[in-house]
Design a binder for this molecule. Structure first.
Ligand code: FDA
Length: 311
């Protein structure tokens, strides 16, 4: 309920201006975002890789309204991948990238899907040259069909192009069944957006149950599941299920967000599991920050405390 109210409030222009104008916001942002530049992202990536973790880098931005900006976002990814390759960070897929379809044009009024597909293809080609992969993030429920279509079409040329399924949607188990095939890389998360009653599950317990069901489908299948959650109970269930079906470490991975439960990331990696950290960078961090604050009252409290203690 609080989460839904926060996500709705954050869409208001006034709230956005207030949060952006607040000096302490930057301190809170730095907890979840690696920095504003590609150099910041590379430095954080190098640090995480030296700790035995894998990384997927997200250049922050969404809802691009101009084709030139969509091209510029794709170019940023291509430049980033070149630098990952030069520094050897992308070797054996240790660092890959995550791309939001609306950041590369999906929401454009004219030829949005085509623009996003072409830009993602350019990024996927650069990733292949760098010896690594791309995962296409999933955004709100109105973008799902177009996003899955883009991924399915591009997988003919880039079979390792990954996609994301969100367990808060009623359709997700069916999507997992469709995607649980050899070679497919699927990230499963709970979902950070809102959906109307008939489309999404409103109750947290139902979202968790759906996550467990989707996870079983993916781990039972022949693909490469990427289980993205910080939820201790679900992480435990993933471990048990993986053991039950004889999944070796390296045949699936855990994923968590930068700055969230770093001790758990380290613990799993120390046990030999493959753990990938989703590492965002860039100056367009507003939408990302709001979703992290809305996810957890403690994060909001941290933000409000910082506000009230400002000089
Ligand atoms: P849940 O929110 O129930 O939290 C379980 C526990 O985890 C909490 O009790 C707390 O201990 C910890 N925790 C969770 N969030 C926290 C936070 N913000 N701060 C501190 N502690 C926190 N979503 C989407 O819609 N599309 C996408 O493409 C992606 N991509 C993605 C990639 C990766 C690698 C991750 C980890 C997550 C995403 N997400 C996403 C976000 C995802 O949908 C979800 O919103 C968050 O992961 C939070 O859900 P949990 O599964 O962690 O459970």
């Amino acid at each position: 309920m609080l989460r839904q109210a926060l996500l709705a409030l954050s869409a208001s222009k006034k709230t956005r201006e207030l949060i952006l104008a607040t000096p302490v916001t930057r301190d809170v942002v730095s907890r979840f975002v690696a920095g504003e530049t590609a150099a910041d992202a590379l430095a954080a990536t190098e640090r995480l890789i030296s700790q035995g973790l894998h990384v997927t880098i997200d250049f922050l931005g969404e809802d691009t309204v101009d084709p030139d900006q969509a091209t510029a976002v794709a170019d940023e990814y291509i430049g980033l991948l070149r630098r990952l390759s030069e520094t050897d960070l992308s070797a054996r897929g240790r660092a890959e990238v995550s791309v939001k379809p609306t950041a590369v044009g999906l929401g454009l009024p004219d030829h949005g899907e085509k623009t996003a597909r072409e830009n993602i293809a350019r990024i996927a080609a650069a990733a292949r040259n760098a010896g690594t992969t791309v995962t296409v993030d999933m955004e709100d429920h109105t973008r799902i069909d177009a996003t899955l279509r883009i991924v399915s079409e591009l997988r003919a040329d880039f079979p390792d192009l990954g996609c994301v399924i969100q367990s808060y949607l009623r359709r997700s188990a069916d999507d997992c069944l469709d995607l649980a095939e050899a070679g497919s890389r699927v990230r499963l998360c709970k979902g950070a957006y809102r959906a109307p009653e008939g489309i999404g599950l409103a109750n947290k317990a139902d979202v968790d149950l759906s996550y467990a069901r989707c996870m079983r489908i993916l781990l039972d299948g022949p693909g490469y599941p990427m289980l993205a959650t910080h939820d201790p109970r679900l992480i435990q269930i993933v471990g048990s299920k993986a053991q039950l079906v004889g999944r070796e470490p390296g045949s699936f991975e855990y994923q968590m967000l930068y700055g969230i439960r770093p001790d758990e990331q380290a613990r799993l990696a120390a046990e030999g599991a493959q753990v990938r950290v989703y590492l965002p960078y860039g100056s367009d961090w507003y939408g990302y920050l709001v979703r992290r604050l809305a996810e957890r009252p403690a994060n909001l409290a941290f933000f409000l405390r910082a506000l009230s203690s400002r000089k």
